[in-house]
Design a protein around this ligand. Structure first.
Ligand code: UDP
Length: 377
């Protein structure tokens, strides 16, 4: 029997999974997307006034160390290698982020060599912390109090709406500390921006005869889904269960766009680390496509807040209370044989685009193998 599959969500998770199943199995796939467009929070489109490719849901820079993931994306679209460098403004000065030898020397007004800077930072680090239990301990152990207070404490409070000591250490582990002048934002060796945006990637993934996309269609947990042999759900895990144990904490992000003649800030992303500045960062989109020429510019000021009502969830908070709730929802999810949960929202994890693609490819393989095994029985 040809399986009838429902995929909820057309972000990277849903689209990669649907594509793989559609190519490798004899099946029919419905995709329901509650937004009016595909590609989830990776959605990009050209701004009407300037023709600049805009990342509507904030800056997305594709980065991975896995050549096979890079090649997978490049099989559909052209990823243009991109050097992502982030500046941070603190107390009236511009610094490089992540923390590099330049940041350290500039901040402490020194001319340290790599070895001297390393020894100096180690002397500042809090040695009583052996296994950091949270974001703050992670910072105090690896960069010491002063750099933490300057670049991380206030930014993180603005971004996450709580004390950094309440947040998991893993959030800070995303950012390297380097005792050299390499100011690339990521440690991953493959970094790129799609030449024509991320939406084109998802369009191409979904362009299969056995994939049927419906936009503006919300998944309602109370409806009857018995006509589907399997559901792949990529929306928020708590929403799938109608929030019966309560809501998982998410931060949402709002953007204040503005136009400018010429070049506003000279780079794609500048972070604002002072508490007095209410936004977290400004993104100037045209710097993501340096191969294009634009006279005008469009920038987004980014503000973070707690989700409420129909706000779009961006960042899973994963506070202690959220983790308790998460284990209740996970237990419910494990009981469902014909539903799989994948992606940032459905697994409630802080995943990057390459993680999401990797996971979706594995899910598709696993599902196909299980299906074939079943047929042979
Ligand atoms: N962060 C910070 N100051 C900065 C940049 C990042 O404190 O200038 C912290 C903040 O808590 C943020 C985390 O590091 O949430 C991860 O940063 P990343 O740039 O990876 O965040 P994303 O681009 O996913 O929002």
């Amino acid at each position: 029997m040809t399986p009838n599959i429902l995929v909820v969500g057309s972000g990277f998770s849903g689209a990669v999974l649907a594509h793989q199943l559609a190519c490798n199995m004899d099946c029919q796939i419905d995709i329901w997307e509650e937004k009016s467009h595909i590609a989830g929070n990776c959605f990009t489109e050209r701004d009407r006034k300037t023709d600049i490719m805009v990342h509507r849901y904030g800056p997305h820079i594709f980065n991975t160390d896995k050549k096979e993931i890079w090649d997978f994306v490049n099989g559909f679209i052209q990823l243009q290698p991109f050097a992502h460098k982030v500046k941070a403004i603190y107390n009236g000065q511009v610094y490089s982020l992540p923390v590099t030898l330049h940041t350290i020397n500039q901040f402490f007004k020194k001319t340290y060599s790599p070895a001297e800077a390393k020894a100096f930072i180690e002397s500042l680090a809090n040695k009583s912390i052996s296994e950091p239990q949270n974001f703050e301990e992670q910072a105090l152990k690896f960069i010491g109090h002063d750099l933490y207070k300057a670049f991380f404490y206030s930014y993180t409070k603005k971004q996450w709406g709580c004390e950094p000591s309440e947040l998991p250490a893993s959030i800070l582990k995303r950012l390297p500390v380097r005792f050299n002048y390499d100011d690339s934002y990521y440690n991953n060796s493959l970094v790129g921006i799609p030449k024509e945006g991320y939406t084109e990637f998802v369009q191409k993934l979904l362009d299969r005869q056995n994939i049927h996309l419906t936009l503006n269609r919300k998944f309602l947990p109370e409806d009857d889904y018995s006509s589907y042999s399997h559901i792949f759900f990529t929306g928020p895990l708590d929403a799938f269960f109608n929030y019966k144990f309560g809501r998982l904490g998410y931060r949402t992000v709002t953007f204040e766009p503005f136009y400018f003649e010429g070049d506003f800030q000279g780079t794609a992303v500048i972070n604002y680390c002072d508490e007095s500045v209410k936004y977290t960062r400004i993104t100037e989109h045209k710097h993501f496509t340096p191969w294009e020429k634009h006279e005008k510019t469009i920038c987004f000021k980014e503000y973070s807040k707690e989700t409420s009502g129909s706000d779009i969830p961006f960042y899973p908070k994963r506070l202690a209370a959220d983790k308790k709730l998460l284990s209740l929802y996970r237990r419910e999810a494990e009981k469902l044989q014909n539903v799989s949960f994948l992606g940032r929202l459905a697994t409630y994890r802080y995943m990057d685009m390459h993680h999401v693609i990797d996971e979706a490819l594995h899910f598709a393989d696993k599902f196909k193998d299980a299906f074939i095994k079943n047929l042979k029985r």
